[in-house]
Structures are given as structure tokens and as C-alpha cells.
Design a protein around this ligand. Structure first.
Ligand code: MN
Length: 716
């Protein structure tokens, strides 16, 4: 058990400048706050934060993080307050402690659904806006797992173990901390599947007895082989952990009897070139097991893990796994982001390609001003792991997990996607709906003409492929409508037995408000205009003209009223005949990026692309429609935008508000007081505007008014 002096010594060993005063005060504060509390093991409670701090010293973390670890349970579990911590330790440490406390308060939903687990991991990541918060949380969890056996309630033990397996071990892996991930998994495995773990252990024991001292013998052998090739390397070997053996058995469906590669060896060398030299020597000396070689140096994992992996039939005729890496790669593999943190103390390394996902995460968290990018590129794709596939030319294409050859084709180029008719994966013909795996080589078979199938929409998973397929299908639909419309008009004209000149047609187009003949055909083909209306416009004899005029004058005011199903909806990207509603949460306006959400029986609800309400549809990509405003229609319509404004409670301030809005030719459709104090009024105002630019202009003018304290658009 570690006490104050030892903890200080450990920090001092890697950071001689760490503040001893800070650490001592945090230690004393924690001991005093936890007082006589005990853990279920019977130990004094304060030893838990000390152990957590100790785990973090293994990762050589900075003094603020160690202090945070010492204080991490004080706010939640004792009478100490965040204000006290801020007063005594400053705002940085208070912020970190607050972050850890908040993480402890969220509980994973009790559900077996893996999607839930992923969402929960996202939540934990999103809440750990300082990576050190996550590191303290992981260390906390590790110590709780090490002492899990003392927890009396079986239900609680199971819940904690399950949460560890599904949430915290994957998070540790994601930030590159393999060491911690392995231990967390194994401790959880012991709780969740004790009998399975026991079987693995007894098999390991048996294999060990068969070939005693196998690990040291193979280690020595590898070392000698490398030395003979004059490669300076340090070789270490170990038995794999029971959980990783168990998972391998489950995954590869091998029985215990077949289970032979239970040992893993690591060759650590000086330079990157040496990794490949060592690999060459190993493969020359021992037969390699096909299909097991992976080059994570030229293609690092998403968490920046780099190593060469291979498996060979080793010197004792056993299958052994070998990882080859440099010392630097090794540090990163063991301690991941924490190793990175050490470098960061000297220089800001978070740029460059180090921890790309972490940088993206930080950017998103810090840069809320770019919500479109957030939704379009990152939110949907960043958190799901990627697969890396190769084109026949060796080009590396990164795709979200679950991507298909069609996604691949569109990622290469839209034309490749549009003309895709089949695919070869690793040289073999494969269905277009196959899910690609890491390292697959994908060759797309193409036709001369574009022919995307609407069915693809059911299985493609990248936004690019989906919208390209939709766009093509819409275009095709348009050309079908055009042909149909042309046939209807021609037949109707023939039936009148009258002459048709270009001049009469031009006039008819004008009176029908159509820009081109093609436009008219599409309108007729899709049923927007019936053939009688067209004939009346072409041959406007007095009686017919009157009738047609009536129809037109009835139609005009209604054009663009989005509520009316038969009128043109000012939005592109919809199936014809579908009801459209503007979402009441975000009040989308023309000129803004928008997304349609399909609801069975209700139609399409249009949201702005950054509307918070879209969150709840994240896992239902099939309901998302790529839609956009139709610039040719919307200038004729008014749309409701909602603003929130605070006015000073002085005579005339409200009239300034309404005057400015009226001067901008906009109409107030609703006005509501939401708060009222002696100094200020707060209003919600609904304004009918042409588009987002119109509203922005009004907002700018309102901000210039002295009686208007603040004014913001309401969204979500
Ligand atoms: Mn704790």
C-alpha cells in the first residue's frame, strides 16, 4: 500500500519540478475529507484515491492530474465542495475534479444493445473534454476492478464488470492504452465468466507442463536469431491473458485442443527500418502462419498504434505471435495518449498526425461554430471504427466500418460509383452488399453507362454514396416524367386537330409560369399540371381562357404554401406526394442547410442541419433525407423564424422592435413574453421572412438599437 512519501517520490522520479506542496496538500485534503470512511474491503477509504494516483504515476502524468486523482471522490462522497477545492487548488484542478465527478454520476443504461454501449462511450468521451479527466476515470475504474472481489453485492459486481467490459476497456483501447485495456478486460472476465476463465487457466497450465519453460526458451532463440543477423533488439515473451485467448477461441471458433498459440513475443528495436529487417530475419528463419501478418507501421490503427504483427511456427514447433516495434512505438502502445501527454509537456505535439481522432474530438468540442462539418463528416463517421481498403493500384481508402464495395466505389470517384456493376474482393467476385474488412483489396467492375440501383440505398453506409444514389434515382425519375409528359401533351394537342406554332407554345409556357418545354413536360408527367390546363393555355379562345384564368388565379396565391400537398413544395429531394412540415424546434429558413426526417404516416419534417433534435435520429440513417431549398420557388413564400430578445423595460422599446421588423418588410406572426423583471423584458418573437438572409438582416438591425439588450435566433 502506498503512502504519501512514496507517492511523492514516484512523481519526483519523472518530474523533478512537480510541486511537492500541491501534492501534499491534495493528499492531506483527501485524508481529512474521507475521514473515517472505509471501503468494502475494510481499508480506510483514503487509500483508494492514493492507489488511483499511483496508477497514474505509472503513466508519468503531470502533478495536476495526480492531485485530481487524490481529490477525485471528495466532492461526490464527502462533505467537501467544489468551491473549497477551487479555493485551495485553483480553477484548473477544480475543473478536472468536477469532470471526474460528473462522469461518475452518469450510469450506463441496463441494456444488452451494443449500440447503446457505443453511444455511452461517445457520451463519456464527450464529457471528458480534457483527456486527463478520462485518464483519472480509467485509473479509478482500474483500482475499483482490482478490488471488485470485496464488493458484497453480486448484482453490483456484475454491473461494474459489464460496464468495464463494454465501456471502459474499449475506451482505454481507443486512446491507445493497451496495457490498461488488457487488465480491465481480464478483471471483468474473471467476474463475468469465472468458469470460462478457469478452463483457460487449466489448459494453460497443461500446456505449460507439456513444454516447461517454453517462454524463456523461445525468447532466447529469437534473441540469438536476431543477434546472428546483427540486429540489436530486446525480446520479451509472455503467455497471453486468459481473456484474449478466450476471445480468440470464440472469434476463430477454435477448440481448446487446437489452441496452440498462447504465447506472445515482442521484439523492440531502435529504428523503424530495423522493424522490417527483424521481420525479414524472423520470416526467413521460421515458417510464417499465413493470414496473420499485419503492418500497422505503414497503416497505423486509428488510435495511432504502430507495430508489425506476425505469427510463425516457432523454434519449439508451436505457433507464436510476434509484435515488432521501436521503443517509441512501444511507449505509445503501452501508455497511448498518456505517453503522448509526457511529450506534450515539452512541445505541443497534438498537431501533426499524432492522435488524429483526439485532435478531431478536441476541435469539435472547442469549435462549436462549425456545426455543419460536425454533423456531416464527423459525428456520423468519426466514432465508428474505420476499415482501410486498397484499390488495385494500392491506394488506401478509409471507410467507416460496415462499408460495402459501393461505398468504396463512390469514395474513389462519383463516376466509379455510378457505373459500378460488380466487385472483386481480394480477387474473388463478391456481392455488392458485402461488408469490407480491413486490408481488403477491392476492384470495382464498371459498365459503360451509369446504372446505380435504388436498392443500393438499403445497404450503403457513407453519406456520399447514399446521396449519389438518391440524386441519380431522382434524375432518372425526372427523365421518366419528362417522357410521360411529352407523350400526354402531344396526344392532347393531336386530339384538338389544331395547329401548334412555336409562338403559341412560348406564350402558353409563359402563362403557365414554366421556363422551358422540358419543365412543362415534367410538370405534366408528374401530375403537377393536368392536360386540360395545358390545352387551355395553348389555345386560349375566350371561353376557355376565362376558365383557365380562374384556375390560375385560384392557384397563384396558393403556390408555395408548403402545407398544401398539391402545390409545389419549395424543397428539393422529396418523393412526390409526401407531406412536409417545418420543424417547430429550429424553424428552418430558406438558404440554410437542411435535413429531412421521414416519419411513417406523417411525412417529412424539415430541420436545420445543426438542430439538436436530430440527435435522436442518429442511429436511424434510413430516415434521413438529403434535401435542399429550391431557389426557384422559395422567394415567393414567407417562412417563420423565431428570435429571442431581451428589451430594456423602458417606454417605447417594444415599438422600436416592431418598427425595425416592419421596416424590413417582415411580419410578426407571434409575440410572447417569457420573462419579465423590473429592468428587462424577454420576448419570443415569430417573424415571417423570405429566407435566412432576410432574418439575419433584421437581427443585425435590432442589435443596433439601444433599447434592445440582446437578440438571438432560437434554434432547438
Ligand atoms: Mn473512485
Amino acid at each position: 500500500m502506498m503512502e504519501q512519501v512514496e507517492l511523492l517520490e514516484r512523481v519526483r522520479a519523472y518530474d523533478p519540478h512537480a510541486s511537492e506542496d500541491l501534492l501534499s496538500r491534495a493528499y492531506d485534503f483527501s485524508v481529512a475529507a474521507h475521514g473515517s470512511q472505509t471501503r468494502e474491503s475494510g481499508d480506510p477509504y483514503y487509500l483508494h484515491p492514493v492507489e488511483v494516483a499511483g496508477i497514474l504515476t505509472d503513466m508519468k502524468l503531470d502533478a495536476d492530474t495526480i492531485a485530481t486523482a487524490l481529490l477525485h471522490d471528495t466532492v461526490e462522497d464527502t462533505l467537501a465542495t467544489l468551491e473549497q477545492i477551487e479555493g485551495q487548488f485553483g480553477s484548473d484542478i477544480a475543473r478536472l475534479v468536477d469532470g471526474v465527478t460528473k462522469l461518475s454520476l452518469i450510469e450506463m443504461p441496463h441494456t444488452e444493445e451494443t449500440r447503446q454501449a457505443e453511444n455511452f462511450r461517445k457520451l463519456v468521451l464527450a464529457m471528458s473534454n480534457d483527456i486527463r479527466v478520462l485518464l483519472v476515470k480509467l485509473a479509478d475504474r482500474l483500482h475499483n476492478m482490482r478490488t471488485l472481489k470485496f464488493v458484497k453485492s453480486g448484482g453490483k459486481r456484475r454491473r461494474v464488470a459489464l460496464e468495464t467490459m463494454e465501456i471502459y476497456a474499449p475506451l482505454a483501447e481507443r486512446i491507445g492504452m493497451h496495457h490498461m485495456k488488457d487488465e480491465l478486460e481480464d478483471l471483468a472476465f474473471a467476474e463475468l465468466r469465472p468458469e470460462a476463465r478457469e478452463t483457460v487457466l487449466s489448459r494453460l497450465k497443461f500446456l505449460r507442463e507439456q513444454g516447461s519453460d517454453l517462454v524463456p526458451r523461445v525468447t532466447e532463440h529469437l534473441q540469438e536469431t536476431l543477434e546472428a543477423a546483427s540486429i540489436r533488439a530486446s525480446v520479451t515473451g509472455r503467455e497471453k491473458r486468459p481473456y484474449s485467448i478466450w476471445r480468440k477461441m470464440e472469434r476463430d471458433n477454435v477448440s481448446f485442443e487446437q489452441l496452440s498459440d498462447i504465447m506472445a513475443f515482442r521484439i523492440v528495436v531502435g529504428k523503424t527500418e530495423d522493424c522490417y529487417r527483424a521481420l525479414g530475419v524472423v520470416h526467413a528463419r521460421y515458417p510464417m502462419v499465413p493470414g496473420r501478418f499485419k503492418d500497422y507501421i505503414s497503416t497505423p490503427k486509428r488510435n495511432n498504434y504502430r507495430s508489425l504483427h506476425t505469427a510463425v511456427i516457432g523454434p519449439e514447433q508451436n505457433r507464436v505471435e510476434i509484435q515488432i516495434r521501436t521503443q517509441e512505438m512501444h511507449q505509445l502502445a503501452e501508455y497511448g495518449v498518456a505517453a503522448h501527454w509526457q511529450y506534450k509537456q515539452h512541445a505541443d505535439h497534438i498537431d501533426g498526425n499524432q492522435y488524429r481522432w483526439l485532435r478531431e474530438l478536441r476541435e469539435i468540442l472547442e469549435n462549436a461554430s462549425n456545426p455543419q462539418e460536425f454533423l456531416e463528416h464527423t459525428k456520423l463517421e468519426m466514432f465508428s471504427d474505420q476499415v482501410f481498403c486498397f484499390s488495385p493500384k494500392g491506394e488506401l481508402i478509409a471507410l467507416p466500418r460496415g462499408a460495402t464495395p459501393v461505398d468504396f466505389a463512390y469514395a474513389v470517384h462519383t463516376d466509379v460509383g455510378d457505373t459500378c456493376v460488380g466487385a472483386r474482393i481480394n480477387g474473388k467476385l463478391a456481392p455488392l452488399r458485402s461488408q469490407l474488412k480491413n486490408g481488403d483489396q477491392v476492384e470495382i467492375l464498371r459498365s459503360a453507362d451509369p446504372s446505380p440501383s435504388p436498392i443500393w440505398e438499403n445497404f450503403v453506409i457513407t453519406g456520399k454514396a447514399r446521396s449519389a444514389v438518391r440524386r441519380f434515382v431522382r434524375k432518372q425519375q425526372r427523365s421518366q416524367y419528362r417522357e410521360l409528359g411529352r407523350a400526354i401533351v402531344k396526344k392532347a394537342v393531336r386530339e384538338t386537330n389544331r395547329r401548334l406554332t412555336n409562338e403559341t407554345m412560348r406564350r402558353a409556357l409563359k402563362s403557365l409560369g414554366r421556363r422551358s418545354l422540358e419543365d412543362l413536360y415534367i410538370a405534366v408527367g408528374s401530375g403537377d399540371i393536368d392536360k386540360a390546363t395545358v390545352i387551355n393555355a395553348i389555345y386560349p379562345d375566350p371561353t376557355v381562357r376565362q376558365r383557365a384564368g380562374k384556375i390560375l388565379s385560384r392557384m397563384r396565391p396558393r403556390i408555395g404554401s408548403a402545407k398544401d400537398r398539391t402545390d409545389p413544395v419549395p424543397i428539393r429531394g422529396l418523393m412526390s406526394g409526401v407531406a412536409v412540415h417545418m420543424a417547430g424546434c429550429c424553424h428552418p429558413l430558406p438558404g440554410e442547410r437542411i435535413i429531412g426526417i421521414l416519419t411513417a404516416g406523417k411525412g417529412v419534417t424539415v430541420h436545420t442541419i445543426d438542430c439538436e433534435a436530430l440527435e435522436q435520429f442518429n442511429d436511424m440513417p434510413e430516415r434521413w433525407l438529403d434535401v435542399s431549398w429550391d431557389a426557384s420557388t422559395y422567394p415567393h413564400q414567407m417562412h417563420v423564424g423565431r428570435i429571442e430578445t431581451v428589451l430594456s423595460n423602458t417606454p417605447g422599446s417594444l415599438s422600436r422592435l416592431t418598427t425595425v421588423i416592419a421596416n424590413h418588410r417582415a411580419n410578426i406572426s407571434n409575440l410572447k413574453i417569457t420573462d419579465r423583471s423590473s429592468d428587462f423584458y424577454e420576448f419570443l418573437v415569430d417573424i415571417e421572412v423570405k429566407d435566412v438572409a432576410h432574418l439575419t438582416g433584421i437581427l443585425a438591425a435590432l442589435r443596433a438599437e439601444s433599447a434592445i439588450n440582446s437578440v438571438e435566433r432560437v434554434r432547438g
